[in-house]
Design a protein around this ligand. Structure first.
Ligand code: SF4
Ligand code: SF4
Length: 147
């Protein structure tokens, strides 16, 4: 009985002297890992050869290849995308589809989740604020990431 009261108290007490893990979001945000799969982006509309493989492979039918000016290029329905990465893997052009690290993707209007080719080729806006790496926070808390 006494142990069941003292154990949680002692654990809580230990945390009083540890550095906090949370960051002051949205003024500070965690920097995603290099290979993080955020919102897709077309590196360049001209880099897309309009082959349609991305649309063909997409399991959720989030990509449609549409006519944009005089060429074909993908449009993305972000509401359907599960970030599986198959479209990036299959894309034959190194100048077309890639992931960005953008993860704040909410919209008030469902229509805004549809990215037509030109919008898909724009890098996500990054408001000026401080980016914090999880590794740096852990190092301050004496948690090692080394192998
Ligand atoms: S990441 Fe996956 S779900 Fe999203 S558009 Fe590409 S293939 Fe479709
Ligand atoms: S984004 Fe890649 S896979 Fe999709 S149509 Fe363009 S070149 Fe083909």
């Amino acid at each position: 009985m006494v142990t069941s009261i003292l154990r949680p108290l002692s654990m809580a007490f230990q945390h009083v002297f540890r550095r906090t893990f949370t960051v002051k979001y949205p003024f500070k945000v965690l920097k995603p890992a290099e290979r993080y799969r955020g919102r897709l982006m077309l590196r360049s509309i001209d880099g897309c050869i309009g082959c349609g493989l991305c649309s063909w492979v997409c399991p959720t039918k989030a990509i449609l290849v549409v006519q944009e000016a005089e060429r074909k290029a993908p449009s993305l329905d972000l509401g359907r995308c599960c970030m599986c990465g198959l479209c990036v893997e299959i894309c034959p052009s190194p100048l077309a589809l890639t992931f960005t690290s953008a993860y704040e993707l909410c919209e008030y209007d469902k229509e805004r989740l549809i990215y037509q080719p030109w919008r898909l080729s724009q890098p996500p806006a990054e408001p000026p604020r401080e980016y914090v790496r999880v590794k740096d926070i852990d190092e301050k808390r004496l948690i090692s990431h080394g192998r």
